[in-house]
Design a protein around this ligand. Structure first.
Ligand code: MN
Length: 204
C-alpha cells in the first residue's frame, strides 16, 4: 500500500528556463524526488499504521518514529517534503516568479532583516556557505518570528518546530548540469523564480 506518490509539477519541465534547465528539472523531479518517495514508502511498509500520519506529523514528531526507520524518514520523508515545497515556491519567471514579497510578509522581512536587500544577502550567504549538500531556509517559528538558516542533507525545519516558508535546494543535483561548481550563479539566477505569492500564503 504505497501511500506517497510523486506530486505533479505546477508547471512544465521547461518553464523555469533559462535559470533552471529542462533536463535538470526532469532528473530532479522524476529521479531524485521519486527516489525519496520510493524509499519513504519502503520504510513505512514495516509500520503500516504510520501511513495514517501526514508527512508533516512524522517529521514534527520524529522522536516518536521507530528507531530503525527514523533516519530513513529524516532523509526520505524530509526529501519528499522539502522537494514538494521547492516546486511550489518557484514559478515561471514571466508569470509570477521573481520580484519581491508584498503585504504582511514584506513588512515582517523589513522589520526582521532591515530590508528585502539585506534579507536576500543573508539568505544568499547562508545558501553559499552550506558545506556539502543541504538547503537554505526562510522559516517562521511558533511565535511568528522569521529566521534564515540552513540544514544539511534533507533535514527538514519541521523537525525543529519551524514552518518553512521558502527553501533553496543547494545539493549539486539541483544545479550541476547548467552551473557545474558555480553555486553562486545558480543562487543568483534562482531569485528570478521565487513564487512570492505562494511564500506569502504560507506565511499567513
Ligand atoms: Mn534536490
Amino acid at each position: 500500500m504505497p501511500k506517497y506518490i510523486l506530486p505533479q509539477l505546477p508547471y512544465p519541465y521547461n518553464a523555469l528556463e533559462p535559470y533552471i534547465d529542462t533536463r535538470t528539472m526532469e532528473i530532479h523531479h522524476q529521479k531524485h524526488h521519486q527516489g525519496y518517495i520510493d524509499k519513504l514508502n519502503a520504510s513505512l511498509e514495516r509500520y503500516p499504521w504510520l501511513f495514517n500520519k501526514t508527512i508533516e506529523q512524522l517529521l514534527e514528531n520524529i522522536s516518536q518514529v521507530p528507531e530503525d526507520i527514523r533516519q530513513s524518514i529524516i532523509n526520505n520523508g524530509g526529501g519528499h517534503y522539502n522537494h514538494s515545497l521547492f516546486w511550489k515556491i518557484m514559478a515561471p519567471p514571466v508569470q509570477v516568479g521573481g520580484g519581491q514579497p508584498s503585504g504582511a510578509l514584506a513588512e515582517a522581512i523589513d522589520s526582521t532583516f532591515g530590508s528585502f536587500t539585506s534579507f536576500r544577502e543573508q539568505f544568499t550567504e547562508t545558501a553559499l556557505n552550506r558545506f556539502g549538500s543541504g538547503w537554505a531556509w526562510l522559516v517562521k517559528d511558533k511565535s511568528n518570528n522569521l529566521k534564515v538558516y540552513s540544514t544539511p542533507n534533507q533535514d527538514s525545519p519541521l523537525m525543529e518546530g519551524y514552518l518553512p516558508l521558502l527553501g533553496l535546494d543547494v545539493w549539486e543535483h539541483a544545479y550541476y548540469l547548467l552551473y557545474q561548481n558555480r553555486r553562486a550563479d545558480y543562487i543568483n539566477a534562482w531569485w528570478n523564480l521565487v513564487n512570492w505569492p505562494e511564500v506569502e500564503r504560507r506565511y499567513q
